[in-house]
Write a protein that binds this ligand. Structure first.
Ligand code: GP9
Ligand code: MN
Length: 643
């Protein structure tokens, strides 16, 4: 009898309904942490933090529903759904990017809406319905068991809120203890989520964005002085053997979509080479092939690689500079060369709004942007985001030939893009057999891209441009994310992907061909930020007066390490990953963990300096001697029919 009475009481209590909502949400979030995200949980404190952080968020956010006296249930369900939606969006995003969504990403999603559909769909599974079942359960409970739940007192809300804040502060204190400066040095989103949870991470991210906006407003011309001094002390003087060897030549950049360095010289189990053309460049002796070269991109992917190569500045720690910093002042390579009478142009078989390129390219000083409007985008020619590489190069050649020389141009390929699918008839190269469809496809699409590149080079040789142009090919970023570690271990023939192997998988190939200059395989360690000084020095332009962060790869003073956007780094001796120090060659943890300290300090300093320049738009206070500040309105990308 007593039991029935108390159950009747519970049915009428909003706080009981609230508790059910919190518990369901807590369990779901915790389960998602276990199955969807690879957060690298190392010890029992971290396990504990991971278990309580979804509780503190559930209490806090769902607690707001208790503010509404008359519609508590309705608000609980709405907030529950919105949080579930945020969680699920993060899950889908993580499956591809191994990263979490940030505020700038949401802005990006709107600007990149075209073409994202098929990518996103291939990351969603029928079983994902699980992430919304608890919301459905809540709706059913609200209409049945808790139909008559009565109004709750304000006092209860205050208590819940106090309790939630208490749990959160406890969570934060433990996290700070385990990982000091967690909030102040938020380079790595993985950490923030591991310690504070996905929802609190989103709140932090919103605050961070407000901070960044105010940084620009507060900055003054004196801030650039520190950067100038830093720059002066970190300049790698050009190598006299190469300085000016490409003076007056054309420049042709090719961005190789998602192309990783392990593919060079890779042979399928049947002995077939995947990229025979690129392999031949690596060994022809007249092309520089950098085989210890790393991508340094963040969430801006292809556009971050462009940003690094063109400005020698690091991309943003969150979001894409192409979208969030499109009004900054830049002194980019195309602008520098345009002021030396180069024609500047980009070729890309996708719509010009993608990655906000149509706005950003004006800031970077590009005169021409040959986007989708210039290509035959009919069905057979496109896949994924846009043009297939073969028709793309074929149709580009006459447009390239039409440019006044010397020119500085960039070609952005697309076929080797996630999920790496090919249309029937586009390749006869057999897919891999590594037990993972994405990884298997990767070999086919890379092979197709390789053939397209060969065809492009053949055309350049036929029309004589090959002998008058510096050609730079680079992989923009990884193609196969950490989520495919099992298959990648098979691909590489190793028992497992260790942290150091994973770091080395961030290597992308870099090729530089300079007519008349002997090349060869180059082992020095570098990253995308280093390409601009390397190129400008080859073209005979000293970079001393420019604010840039790269170190000329061919300079005898080259620093020989590469940092990643999250603060990890690789040097010839040590590799630092998430605060741990490894031996680069053996892959083992160093017994002496302080061995990583000295380069780590340089890395932190370097990222801080670059972030200052980009976040506070400091180049607006600095004009290199002889450089004319650009006016973006000088450029208009109106399409082939309007001039
Ligand atoms: C789209 C292309 C691909 O235009 O640059 O972008 P990604 O997804 O690799 O950043
Ligand atoms: Mn890309």
């Amino acid at each position: 009898m007593e039991k029935i009475i108390s159950f009747n009481k519970i049915k009428k209590s909003h706080i009981a309904f609230f508790t059910v909502a919190v518990v369901l949400f807590w369990i779901k979030t915790y389960v998602s942490y276990q199955i969807e995200f690879k957060l690298g949980i190392d010890d029992s404190l971290q396990k504990f933090l991971l278990a309580i952080n979804p509780l503190s968020s559930a209490l806090l956010f769902l607690g707001f529903a208790l503010l509404s006296k008359n519609h508590t249930k309705k608000w609980l369900i709405i907030i529950h759904f919105l949080l579930s939606f945020l969680l699920y969006s993060n899950i889908v995003y993580y499956r591809y990017f191994t990263d979490f969504i940030t505020v700038p990403d949401i802005v990006q999603a709107f600007s990149n809406a075209k073409g994202l559909g098929s990518s996103a769909a291939s990351l969603m599974y029928a079983t994902d319905i699980f992430y919304f079942t608890d919301t459905v359960i809540l709706i059913i409970l609200a209409l049945t068991v808790f139909k008559k739940a009565s109004i709750m007192k304000q006092k209860t809300f205050k208590l819940v809120f106090l309790f939630a804040t208490g749990v959160f502060l406890f969570n934060l204190a433990l996290a700070e203890k385990d990982r000091p400066h967690l909030l102040s040095r938020s380079f790595d989103r993985n950490y923030l989520v591991k310690y504070l949870g996905t929802y609190n991470f989103t709140i932090l991210d919103v605050l961070q964005n407000i901070k960044l906006t105010s940084m620009r407003v507060m900055a003054s011309s004196s801030d650039i002085t520190t950067v100038e001094n830093y720059r002066r002390n970190h300049y790698s003087a050009p190598n006299p053997a190469y300085f000016g060897k490409a003076k007056g030549m054309n420049v042709i950049y090719v961005s190789l979509e998602s192309f990783q360095n392990f593919m060079i010289d890779y042979k399928m189990p049947n002995g077939q080479k995947v990229t025979p053309f690129l392999d031949s460049l690596a060994h022809d002796g007249s092309t520089f092939y950098f085989n210890n070269f790393y991508h340094q991109t963040g969430q801006g992917k292809t556009s971050d690689a462009e940003f690094l190569m063109e400005n020698s500045l690091y991309p943003l720690s969150s979001g894409a500079a192409f979208i969030n910093k499109d009004q900054n002042t830049y002194q980019s390579a195309p602008t520098i060369l345009h002021q030396k009478d180069y024609t500047t142009a980009v070729f890309h078989g996708n719509y010009k709004e993608f990655w906000n390129r149509n706005v950003m390219y004006k800031q970077l000083g590009y005169e021409h942007f040959f986007d989708a409007a210039y290509y035959d985008m009919s069905k057979g020619n496109i896949k994924n985001f846009g043009m297939k590489d073969k028709p793309f190069f074929q149709e580009s050649i006459p447009m390239l030939e039409g440019l006044k020389q010397p020119f500085y141009t960039k070609f952005i390929t697309l076929s080797n893009h996630f999920p790496f699918e090919m249309d029937p008839g586009d390749t006869n190269f057999a897919a891999g057999d590594f037990g993972d469809a994405i990884v298997n496809n990767y070999f086919q699409s890379a092979h197709y891209m390789d053939q397209a590149l060969k065809q492009f080079f053949d055309s350049l040789k036929a029309d004589g441009l090959y002998d008058k142009s510096v050609i730079i090919l680079y992989g923009d970023h990884y193609g196969i994310s950490e989520n495919h570690a099992e298959a990648m271990a098979k691909v590489l023939g190793v028992p497992a992907i260790t942290p150091v192997i994973n770091a080395k998988l961030q290597q992308v190939p870099l090729f530089i061909h300079v007519p008349g200059v002997k090349g060869g395989i180059q082992h020095q360690i570098g990253g995308e930020v280093d390409v601009r000084p390397t190129l400008l020095h080859l073209l005979g332009i000293d970079t001393k007066k420019y604010i840039e962060f790269g170190s000329d790869l061919l300079s005898p003073q080259h620093r020989n390490w590469a940092l990643f956007r999250n603060g990890n780094y690789v040097s010839s001796k040590v590799t630092q990953i998430n605060g741990r120090c490894y031996d680069t060659n053996t892959g083992n943890l160093k017994i002496d963990q302080t061995a990583c300290k000295s380069i780590n300090e340089q890395v932190i300093n370097e990222l801080n300096m670059s972030d200052k320049v980009v976040n506070a738009d400091l180049l607006r206070f600095y004009t290199p001697a002889g450089f004319k500040p650009i006016n973006p309105d000088d450029y208009q990308y109106l399409g082939p029919n309007k001039k």
